[in-house]
Design a protein around this ligand. Structure first.
Ligand SMILES: [Zn+2]
Length: 221
């Protein structure tokens, strides 16, 4: 699916979580495409120092390679989400293949963190999905989470610009997406402490994404 105007996407797919309540001053920080052997640990340290809760949408193939990092994310109390196994676009694929991508990632995370924690949130690679995902995810006990603020850190070479991008698009209830699994990780690591400080200075507070069972109505915003 071509990413069209986000408000149109939210209108077409209201069952997915696109942002938190616009009535509060809550902000949700999320990271995609990890865990990464170089970048995830420093990001965890920045979050720890800032006492910021976050959600990490992991690629199953990388979670299987770095189970220690998966455990560390969870030990610090962050939410772990499912971002598919191979990071190939899942849109209009066979249902069996989609289910397998989700199930293999679920298994890799569960194996790393133990049975006491099950991922409940799913974010499709590249934000691409189709209407069948509602039923598929409900059947698997998952809920879809997209985003309302794309930081574009995956192609950003300047920490200053990354800080400005987030600052200028910040809004109440924003779900911000960063990437801890990309080659631009050093730019994110440089910018992140200032981004988080700026968000707090503007009077927002950091919240954890709700991990309610599938079928729970999405947050209004
Ligand atoms: Zn991704």
């Amino acid at each position: 699916m071509v990413i069209i105007n986000p408000s149109i996407m939210r209108f077409l797919f209201p069952w997915a979580l696109w942002k938190g309540s616009g009535d509060s001053n809550g902000i949700f920080v999320t990271f995609d495409d990890g865990p990464h052997p170089q970048y995830t640990a420093p990001i965890l340290q920045i979050l720890r120092e800032g006492q910021v809760p976050a959600a990490f949408f992991l690629n199953g193939s990388k979670a299987a390679l770095h189970p220690g990092l998966v455990r560390e994310i969870r030990l610090q109390g962050h939410v772990i989400g499912n971002h598919g196994f191979s990071h190939m676009s899942m849109e209009f694929r066979k249902k069996e293949w989609i289910r397998l991508e989700i199930a293999k990632t679920h298994e890799a995370v569960s194996r790393a963190v133990g049975c006491s924690y099950c991922p409940r949130l799913f974010r499709p690679p590249f934000g691409r999905f189709d209407p069948r995902f509602r039923r598929i995810l409900e059947d698997m006990g998952y809920r879809m989470v997209l985003w309302s603020l794309l930081s574009r850190d995956f192609s950003e070479n300047s920490a200053e610009r990354l800080i400005r991008t987030v600052d200028s698009h910040l809004h109440p209830g924003a779900i911000i997406v960063f990437h801890d699994g990309h080659t631009h990780g050093p730019v994110l690591i440089e910018a992140l402490p200032r981004i988080l400080r700026r968000i707090r200075d503007r009077g927002f507070q950091f919240l954890s994404l709700p991990e309610e069972p599938a079928g729970t109505p999405a947050a209004k915003g």
